[in-house]
Ligand binder design. Structure first.
Ligand SMILES: Cc1cc2nc3c(=O)[nH]c(=O)nc-3n(C[C@H](O)[C@H](O)[C@H](O)COP(=O)(O)O)c2cc1C
Length: 407
């Protein structure tokens, strides 16, 4: 198998075929889709007008706005999942299957949603997941997202492939930041990057380990990232590329730049080079979680990459209980994939997550309205969480537990 094939396994920016084979044919104006919910599969030309005639009030409204705002290929790059999108749909459906049982007359009059993740105090257990290519979705891209996180006093996972350098994101926003690492083949560049992440004041490093993406929509749309964005991304990481290189040369460079074959040993390499806490993102099984704990990792993100990796993997929320059991308090556990409502956040916390990461939810909002969109969507998720806490009589995050749920 050739290298180009392997490089497809890494997400956008770490050499993703999907992302960097970029966006031609992306300009046909999208029509509206029926989007309550419109997970993944694109159903166009239907009756969802009401989402756009009023202020957005939830994640799905922002999805509808993003669909109207973005070129079709870009919207589909964000929204769709791998192959048959079974995992993408399951992520959302599995949350809906969990029923809530609020006790009667357990009133509370004040609710505190603040918590900590790996020692960072945040105003709510809802953080931004690392997402690649944000300057494709909004002119200010990740800078605007980072400002939105600061406005809502929460934390941002910053993708290696976000589109701005580590330093640019750090300067844009005082929110606590965790850097999500895709690993350059050249370990000197990797080491320098880790140093820069530390110098820029990031609080932890997330290593994303779930690889293998094949999204039909992106192939159909011939989704590609423009030359200048790919160049800026690679330069931001510290690769020696310049604007005299043709697009094909840059694509070829990118294909070879990243290491798609890291193993558990890589954590030893990383641990020897940083004192920052380390999280592993992409865990679904008890054995892998135990392995991570034995390696001394500080955090585990239960995730199937929002259904963008191997299709057929189970919903993250379904795997959370077995990971929580296996870890038994020895590392902090976060969850992502499928969060669309504050009640989903409540369910994840009840089943043992310290906090959740949201991906598409804030990216749709970023595309619709930049920093303000991100701030608003986080605000709506927060309000929905507060409403669930109010209904269940949970005055604070530590009061949320699984007695309120039936699976
Ligand atoms: C457009 C897009 C790009 C993404 N890029 C990355 C990435 O660069 N690194 C990473 O670890 N995860 C990436 N993810 C996955 C998210 O971090 C997260 O796991 C996922 O979005 C959660 O599912 P949700 O979108 O249903 O909330 C990306 C997700 C999306 C939607």
């Amino acid at each position: 198998m050739d290298r180009r094939f392997f490089s497809k396994f890494l997400a956008l920016g770490a050499g993703s075929f999907g992302f960097f084979q970029a966006a031609k044919g992306a300009d046909d104006a999208p029509t509206l889709s029926r989007s309550l919910p419109n997970e993944g599969l694109i159903r166009r030309g239907s009756d969802n007008e009401h989402h756009l005639q009023t202020e957005p009030v939830n994640v799905y409204d922002f999805q509808a706005l993003a669909e109207r705002t973005l070129p079709r290929a870009t919207y589909e790059y964000i929204t769709t999942g791998s192959t048959d999108e079974i995992t993408l749909r399951e992520n959302v459906e599995a949350f809906r299957r969990i029923k809530m049982y609020p006790p009667l007359l357990a009133g509370v009059d004040e609710i505190d949603t603040s918590t900590t993740v790996l020692g960072e105090k945040i105003a709510m257990p809802i953080c931004l997941a690392p997402v690649a290519g944000q300057n494709l979705y909004h002119p200010e891209g990740g800078l605007a997202a980072a400002r939105g996180a600061a406005a809502m006093q929460t934390l941002m996972g910053v993708s290696s492939s976000i589109g701005h350098s580590v330093e640019e994101i750090a300067e844009a926003s005082p929110c606590p930041k965790w850097f999500q690492l895709y690993v350059p083949r050249d370990r000197q560049i990797a080491e320098r990057l880790v140093r820069r992440v530390e110098d820029a004041g990031y609080k932890a490093i997330i290593l994303t380990v779930d690889l293998g993406e094949r999204k039909d929509a992106d192939r159909r749309n011939r989704f590609m990232v423009p030359h200048h964005m790919l160049l800026k991304h690679l330069q931001g990481i510290g690769f020696d590329v310049n604007d005299k290189m043709t697009y094909d040369e840059i694509l070829a460079f990118n294909d070879n730049a990243w290491d798609p074959a890291i193993s558990w040993n890589f954590f030893d390499w990383l641990r020897a080079r940083t004192k920052l806490p380390i999280l592993i993102k992409g865990v679904l099984l008890a054995d892998d979680a135990r392995h991570a704990v034995e390696l001394g990792l500080d955090g585990i993100v239960v995730s199937n990459h929002g259904g963008r990796r191997l299709d057929g993997m189970p919903a993250s929320i379904e795997q959370l209980p077995e990971v929580v059991d296996a870890v038994n308090g020895r590392a902090e556990i976060l969850l992502d994939s499928g969060i669309r409502r504050g009640s989903d956040v409540f369910k994840a916390i009840a089943l043992g997550a310290k906090a959740v990461l949201v991906g598409r939810a804030y990216i749709w909002a970023l595309a619709s309205d930049g920093e303000e969109g991100v701030t608003k969507v986080l605000g709506y998720l927060h309000e929905e969480l507060v409403s669930a806490m109010f209904a269940t009589g949970c005055a604070d995050i530590k009061s949320i537990n699984k007695s309120f749920l039936r699976m």
